[in-house]
Design a protein around this ligand. Sequence first.
Ligand SMILES: [Zn+2]
Length: 431
Amino acid sequence: MDDNTQHRTRLPMRARLATTVGGAAATVSRLAGKGDGSVIGGIIGLRLAPDLLSQLATGRQVVLVTGTNGKTTTTKLITAALAPLGSKIASNIYGANMEAGLTSALSRAPDAPVAVLETDEKYIPAMVKATRPKVVVLLNLSRDQMDRAAEIWLLARRWRDALAAAPDCRVVANADDPLVAWAASAAGKVTWVAAGQRWREDSWCCPNCGAHLQREGDDWSCRECGGRRPPVSWMLYGDEVIDPSGRATQLGLALPGRANRSNAVIALAVAEAFGVHLSHALAELRKVTSVAGRYTQVNRRGCDIRLLLAKNPAGWLEALDVMVPPPVPVLLAVNAQGPDGKDTSWLWDVDFRRLRGRPILVGGERRLDLAVRLEADEVAFRLVNDIDEAVDAALAVGAAAAGPGGTAPSLEVLANYTAFQQYRVALGRVQ
Ligand SMILES: [Zn+2]
């Protein structure tokens, strides 16, 4: 009997029916052109069997990945790093990261003994309970949209309580984020990683006692209660990873930027918890070139376009760090539909001054909000109505820069969620 049959026969009749009906609904949803159908399938499955997720998780080694930024990328990197296990791995690769999305990811891969699941921050307590994970990854915690600012301290408290109640679970946590460190320190087993904290506005106060935190470089401590950054066993140093034995190894990733290197170090720490050797895991990480269309290159009319998605101030700061240097033009695009948050005042938390002196194009439904913000930072820009207008501008810059040793015309695109999706569709649903 293979793994697949074993797992299916273990499920009670009602759960089996729920996964079948849920799967059929997902297929219908896909055919109707509404995404990959994972959410609708999961919702129908959960209606038929409310404890379906917990039944589907039984007998599997589950990794839950959460944090405000980097969840999707880290989930993909961990999945890659665990490839040397040779096992089938279930994962919600399309970013459906609440209960229905997780349920759907597991029901689509009934024979996968390992699951790596991106999980919404708010759902961590319930999902820890339902899936009894082997590993929980805590990346960072900052406000996602203005209207959610008050929630993060409460969230950290809920993570802390959930992890304290799951003593067998290993937590891989970012020691550089005080809120994350505080939540993880209640867990039974913790692997501390120095994964960096680009965005610090939400963590000037000690999560334990509320006093002002002392910071020196990446180090932080509290004079009032003695809380401090835990000693780390994994760290990123330039382009090298320092492993728990103290050995440095070149990362050499295809994905750009410091945030992705940090996420890769986290993935290596998770791979270690599964007994995968660093060199084997790293070889797989180097093969990852794009994540759900982020960092994707596409060519349009002879112009190389690189697409970057960033949803909040912390993400925009990270993305501005990985921009290729001038004179390559940058297209910035902002929408304010539901998934983006209706309020664009977060733009004022991003320092755009580093964009001065290079060609900047501004698009998206809220391009005027962005224009006002750039005016204030004295960044010159031009408004564009769509991606093709931006490509025209990039081709013009490319033609001016052409000559011996010149490179092909190119364009950097940085957009928030729905603006990114619109460009992706306009460019032919690039992966
Ligand atoms: Zn304190």
